[in-house]
Design a protein around this ligand. Sequence first.
Ligand SMILES: NC(=O)c1ccc[n+]([C@@H]2O[C@H](COP(=O)([O-])OP(=O)(O)OC[C@H]3O[C@@H](n4cnc5c(N)ncnc54)[C@H](OP(=O)(O)O)[C@@H]3O)[C@@H](O)[C@H]2O)c1
Length: 292
Amino acid sequence: MEPSSVQGVIVVTGAAGGLGSCIAAEIASSPQLAATYRGIYAVRNPSQTTALSYALDQGRQRTTPHPHEIVSLDLEQFDSVRALATDLNQRVATGNIPRIRALVLSAGYLELENQRWLGNGLDATWTVNYLSQWLLTLLLLQSMDRENGRIVVLGSHTHEGELQQRLDRDPLLNNVAILGVDPGWMATAISRRHPMYSVVSVVMPWVASFLSWMQPSGMYRTPGRSAKDVVAAMFDIGWINGASPKGMYFKGAVRAEVSGEAQDVEKRRMVWKGSVKYAGLQHDDTLLLHWK
Ligand SMILES: NC(=O)c1ccc[n+]([C@@H]2O[C@H](COP(=O)([O-])OP(=O)(O)OC[C@H]3O[C@@H](n4cnc5c(N)ncnc54)[C@H](OP(=O)(O)O)[C@@H]3O)[C@@H](O)[C@H]2O)c1
């Protein structure tokens, strides 16, 4: 049974990554957030969570306990996505855990020279960065907090608003908000496939720290800085008049416009239809009324 202080769940994908572990650190080190939310930190390889475990342990030493668990999620496998969603949906439905207050899509995969195809014929980068996290989101909608649910998508100005449009027209899910956050250029292991990574990984953290200090809203950021922006988006921290934002896109903490292509209604619908097809979404999979 949950401690009585726990009122919601936070799910973070890519939680063992550079940004993901800083998001966990932000939450675990805030007495209020740590106590109020159960963290479900999804990682590709549960045996490699050094940064995440350190972030959570540091938080535990400094503040109130943060109920949390580290769960397995391989975004290259739809079965793994479905297994996690089924488990969480069952636990929410039976009252074992509260509803999901925030779903943060922070997993990412970057190829620089080679293109990799999965066994099902789909491109690995598209599947990990977009399709599997889209599927996870659609599957988990039934467990979202219907008043204050937030879905935070890490990405760039290509963030598109098709799901928000469909949520807005949904009788049960119209209060769920999706926010896109561009975390800027961070010196994390996402560039591990760079041919010069051994040099880049030593030099760039210093360069990025210095540049982000010189120009806090510039394109270079530290993962710690971007984690604060993500947590602000999750909990509407700092919004003017406490207004609840919906379907917005931010460069860090600054509101911005998505690209023209991402605003193109026809292209958005085309991507949506392709997503339904390639992820194999079925009627019973999602609570979303306009899912097709
Ligand atoms: N770093 C930047 O400059 C930058 C810029 C713009 C946007 N972003 C976005 O910010 C987010 C966080 O990136 P980051 O910089 O923190 O990179 P990171 O340190 O590489 O973290 C990404 C995480 O995604 C996980 N991941 C990769 N493939 C996966 C899979 N098949 N299944 C499950 N998890 C998988 C990785 O797990 P493994 O380590 O186990 O592979 C890693 O923990 C990503 O969405 C990224 O696209 C980053």
